[in-house]
Design a protein around this ligand. Structure first.
Ligand SMILES: Cc1ncc(COP(=O)(O)O)c(C=O)c1O
Length: 388
């Protein structure tokens, strides 16, 4: 029988939608039906987009700055980002090594497409941010899951050795981590870097939450000796500047990656919207002390939620970074999908089942504490009533 042409490419067979989308849809349906839901499932900053960013966009529109910008990003913005990378991240980079992308997701898409050939394997600390698996399989690569907690306690190098294969080409290295808020230290980075150099691997570093670190300091793996040439580092303005809907991110790398990344960006989006880039420039010009103030607000929210979860028997330690906490859910149900369902159905508390972040996330739920204090407290009350 002739196979119909009306089918999507086989490449997409291994690419799936995530549970997060399903949770979001269910919450939207409940709210549309007039139900109040305590939304701990999201991944967006709680504060509004800063005014200078909004004015930057409006000003650009009024001045008719609405035409094509270079697909790699406009010069002043790439310069401002390179300055931030030199002063904050300690990377010796120039504006030529920075490319603007449509959010961090697009930077990661471009990085995996640029590095992977079909059949390549990628080491991935797990639990991981769900889209990463699909970005790897979409580039016809294979994810190799390295359990993060046991790697940290039993040795990162030994764990990477254990899970790598002769086809391993790259390591995805996310710090601070989504979903568990783990922050890799400089020593962890040194181990990963040594392994990458020894095995001649490429590192795709995801530093989306670089500005939200409570314990220790954010450290960029690309600054270690011999790592600049083998690391593609991705960033986003989504989290630091509450610009999730504006879609701006960037990737920093050297050749040969830059030529590959430029092609992917040109033929996927042809760049970030021009007015948005003017808004992003205002974000890059904002004093970094503002980010520190926000971090303290996140810390307060983290402490309130962590204490309440522990009191409710959902065991967790305070995460060192990002704005998620990843407690054990055995007290409700050991299956995280069931536990999330019970919490949503009976207490109208929306969370993400840990298994959505890989097998190593099973037995946990992800709560975001990037909410107003009032919303967190209302959620905590609902949790107490649910248990009573
Ligand atoms: C670990 C991680 N990396 C990258 C991103 C990309 O964010 P965006 O595409 O909004 O810039 C996210 C967003 O949730 C994330 O959690």
């Amino acid at each position: 029988m002739k196979i119909s042409a009306l089918r999507v490419s086989k490449r997409l067979d291994e690419v799936h939608f995530s549970d997060i989308v399903q949770v979001r849809n269910k919450v939207m349906a409940l709210r549309a039906a007039g139900e109040a839901v305590h939304g701990f499932h999201g991944g967006e900053p709680f504060f509004p987009t800063p005014l200078p960013v909004k004015y930057g966009i409006i000003q650009a529109l009024i001045e008719n700055k609405t035409r094509y910008a270079p697909s790699s990003g406009m010069e002043p913005l790439r310069e401002a980002i390179a300055h931030k990378l030199r002063t904050f991240n300690g990377m010796k980079v120039t504006a030529d090594q920075v490319l603007l992308t449509v959010g961090g997701s697009h930077a990661l898409y471009a990085a995996f497409q640029c590095v992977l050939d079909p059949g390549d394997d990628v080491l991935l600390f797990s639990p991981y941010w769900t889209p990463i698996r699909e970005l790897i399989t979409g580039a016809q690569g294979r994810p190799l899951l390295v359990p993060t907690v046991s790697a940290i306690s039993h040795g990162i190098t030994a764990s990477l050795e254990r899970y790598s294969t002769p086809q391993t080409r790259a390591i995805y290295y996310n710090t601070p981590q989504n979903p568990n808020g783990i922050v890799f230290t400089r020593q962890h980075a040194e181990e990963v870097a040594a392994f990458a150099r020894k095995r001649d691997l490429v590192v795709i570093a995801d530093e989306a939450y670089e500005d939200i670190v409570y314990e220790g300091e954010h450290f960029s793996i690309a600054t270690l000796p011999g790592m600049r040439e083998r690391t593609l580092t991705t960033y986003t303005l989504s989290k630091s500047f509450s610009m999730t809907g504006l879609r701006v991110g960037y990737v920093v790398a050297e050749e040969p990656w830059m030529s590959g990344l430029r092609k992917i960006i040109l033929y996927s989006t042809n760049g970030v919207s021009t007015p948005t880039q003017w808004g992003a420039l205002e974000a890059m010009r904002m004093p970094r002390e503002l980010l520190l103030g926000r971090r303290e607000e996140y810390r307060q929210r983290r402490d309130v939620l962590v204490q309440a979860l522990n009191e409710a028997g959902l065991e967790c330690t305070p995460p060192a970074g990002a704005f998620y906490v990843f407690p054990k859910c055995g007290r409700i149900h050991k299956n995280s999908r069931k536990a999330a369902e019970i919490l949503l159905d009976r207490a109208r508390i929306a969370t993400v089942p840990g298994v959505a972040f890989g097998a190593q996330g099973e037995g946990h739920l992800r709560f975001s504490y990037s909410l107003s204090m009032q919303m967190i407290e209302a959620g905590i009350d609902a949790l107490k009533k649910f248990q009573a």
